[in-house]
Design a binder for this molecule. Structure first.
Ligand SMILES: CC(C)(COP(=O)(O)OP(=O)(O)OC[C@H]1O[C@@H](n2cnc3c(N)ncnc32)[C@H](O)[C@@H]1OP(=O)(O)O)[C@@H](O)C(=O)NCCC(=O)NCCS
Length: 192
């Protein structure tokens, strides 16, 4: 089942990053990377065609209180990481437990520095130790090897193939992963 999440006032610091709530003043920096072709498509959304698109997504981020802005410590916005409602089918064995799905994207210019993994690990720690979740899921399109590596390096276990939906509703082949809260589970409950 979906866990409640409210990141109001939460700030997560890592060695190189600060994760915080989005603010409307992030608009220009958000549009700057979300409008670049070859970023959002890997996560199922189209490049933002105008700053108005970025504004409406940003308004949603601010209102929904489940998406962190990823910023460089003492620097600018480089991406987002959302603790999303479970958007895809989860194994029946997990239905009694409280979970969420992680989704993230980084500015093209920030790729390849380990930032996504650093952000994902910080959010996992927040979800398990502060928000009390039982499990997290994460999925990627089969061809998204960069995200596959982030997920693997973040301690998720592969649980099987999955059909994922893009923002426009198209179905694509994906891979599904789960990570249980280690304070409560020594392993993933049998899924079949
Ligand atoms: C996926 C994404 C967040 C990764 O960000 P990042 O900060 O570059 O990730 P990291 O540096 O932590 O790790 C990337 C890994 O992919 C590897 N990698 C990079 N390019 C690769 C390629 N072409 N093929 C395979 N692996 C690749 C890196 O070597 C690294 O793995 P390693 O540490 O084992 O060497 C970023 O590429 C992105 O924003 N992509 C577009 C949106 C997206 O895909 N979101 C996820 C949707 S599921």
């Amino acid at each position: 089942m979906n866990a409640n999440i409210d990141i109001s006032g939460v700030v997560l610091n890592t060695a190189r990053l600060t994760l915080r709530q989005f603010e409307m003043s992030d608009l220009e920096a958000f549009y700057a990377y979300a409008s670049v072709p070859g970023v959002g498509e890997w996560a199922g959304w189209e490049p933002h065609e105008s700053i108005a698109v970025s504004r409406s997504v940003l308004e949603m981020f601010v209102a929904d209180r489940k998406t962190f802005a990823i910023t460089l410590r003492g620097g600018g916005l480089i991406g987002s990481i959302g603790i999303e409602a479970l958007r895809h089918e989860i194994p029946a064995a997990l239905e009694a437990y409280r979970g969420r799905e992680l989704g993230y994207a980084l500015a093209r210019t920030a790729w390849g520095n380990g930032y996504a993994t650093e952000a994902v690990l910080a959010v996992i720690d927040y979800c398990f130790r502060s928000a009390g979740l039982d499990f997290l899921t994460c999925n990627h399109f089969v061809e998204n090897d960069r995200s596959r590596r982030v997920i693997e390096k973040s301690g998720f276990a592969y649980v099987g193939s999955i059909r994922l939906r893009t923002q426009s509703g198209a179905a694509r082949d994906g891979r599904a992963y789960i990570r249980m809260n280690p304070a409560r589970f020594s392993r993933i409950p049998p899924l079949k």
